[in-house]
Design a protein around this ligand. Structure first.
Ligand code: ADP
Length: 271
C-alpha cells in the first residue's frame, strides 16, 4: 500500500522502558487467522443443526404410519430450527459489531429503558425456568451509545444468568455508578458458577464450559463475545466474578455520558 504504519506499544518495565514494534503485516496476518478460525467454527456450528434437520426430515418420511413418531420428530425439527436461527442471528450481530461504524446510530440512551426492556423480554424465560428477577439500584442514568445494542448485551447476560441458574433461585440486576465515571449494570445469579481457570475463556467465541448442558439449555457460545464487543464499542468493558456452586456476577461497565466523547457541556448552546 506504499505507506508503512506501525503499531507501537510502550510498556514500562521496572523503571526501564521496552519498546514493542509490530508492523501492519503482522497485525494483518493475525486478523486473517482470527477470521479463518471464525469461519471454520461457524461452518462447524451451522452444520450440526442443518444436518439434524436433514436427517429428521428423512426419518419423518419413513415414519409416516406412526403419528406419535411423526410428532416427536417434528418437535425435534422445530427445536433444531430455532437453534439454527438463534445461531444465525448471533453471527449477524457479532459481525455487525466488528464493523468500524457499529455505533452509527448513537444517541443519549436512557438506561432505565434499556433495563426495563431487557427484563421484559426475559420474563417468559424466567417464568418457564422458575427463576425470579429483581431490579434495583440507581435510576435516571444516561450513556451515549446504541439503545438496541445495549439491550442485546443485557439480554445476553440475563439469558445466561437464567440458563445457568437452578429452579427457585433469583437473578438480580443492579445499576450503580463507579468512582471512575462508569455506570455499572451488574447481573447477579445464584447458579452453577464458573471455575477460576474457565473464567478467562468464557468470552471466547463458541467457547462453552459444558457443551452437553449448553445443547440442552440452548445458547450458541457467542453470547458473551457479543457482550464483550458491545461494551468495547461503547468505550466500556465486562467484568466477571464467580464462585462454583454459588453463582456469578457479570458487570457491564459503560462511561456515563449523554453526548459523544469530547463534546463537553461547554458545547451546549447557552439558554
Ligand atoms: P452460551 O450461548 O453457550 O451461553 P456464552 O458466550 O454466553 O455462550 O457463554 C459461554 C459459556 O460461559 C457458557 O456456555 C457457560 O458455560 C458459561 N457461562 C456464561 N454465563 C454464565 C453464568 N451466568 N453462569 C455460569 N456459567 C456461565
Amino acid at each position: 500500500s506504499g505507506h508503512l504504519s506501525l503499531d507501537v506499544r510502550v510498556a514500562a518495565l521496572s523503571g526501564s522502558r521496552v519498546l514493542v514494534l509490530a508492523d501492519d503485516r503482522t497485525a494483518a496476518r493475525r486478523l486473517d487467522e482470527v477470521r479463518r478460525d471464525f469461519v471454520a467454527n461457524v461452518s462447524h456450528e451451522l452444520k450440526t443443526p442443518v444436518g439434524a434437520i436433514a436427517l429428521l426430515a428423512e426419518t419423518i418420511g419413513d415414519a409416516a404410519g406412526d403419528p406419535d413418531a411423526v410428532r416427536r420428530f417434528s418437535e425435534q425439527m422445530g427445536r433444531e430450527s430455532r437453534r439454527l436461527s438463534e445461531l444465525v442471528q448471533d453471527i449477524i450481530d457479532l459481525s455487525r459489531l466488528q464493523e468500524p461504524d457499529a455505533l452509527l446510530n448513537s444517541a443519549a440512551v436512557d438506561l432505565d429503558a434499556v433495563v426495563a426492556e431487557s427484563v421484559d423480554r426475559a420474563r417468559v424465560e424466567a417464568r418457564a425456568r422458575d427463576v425470579g428477577i429483581a431490579v434495583g439500584g440507581r435510576q435516571g442514568l444516561k450513556v451515549f451509545g446504541d439503545h438496541a445494542l445495549l439491550v442485546t448485551a443485557l439480554r445476553n447476560l440475563l439469558d445466561n444468568a437464567l440458563r445457568y441458574s437452578d429452579r427457585g433461585t433469583r437473578v438480580s440486576i443492579g445499576v450503580d455508578t463507579a468512582d471512575d465515571g462508569m455506570v455499572e449494570i451488574a447481573v447477579v445469579d445464584q447458579g452453577v458458577g464458573i471455575s477460576a481457570d474457565e473464567l478467562p475463556r468464557v468470552f471466547e467465541r463458541f467457547y462453552r464450559i459444558d457443551p452437553a448442558r449448553s445443547r440442552e439449555t440452548g445458547g450458541t457460545g457467542l453470547g458473551l463475545s457479543i457482550v464483550k464487543h458491545v461494551a468495547a464499542d461503547h468505550g466500556g468493558e465486562v467484568r466477571v466474578w464467580s464462585t462454583p456452586g454459588r453463582g456469578s456476577t457479570f458487570t457491564l461497565r459503560i462511561p456515563v455520558a449523554d453526548r459523544p466523547p469530547g463534546e463537553g457541556p461547554g458545547d451546549e448552546p447557552p439558554d
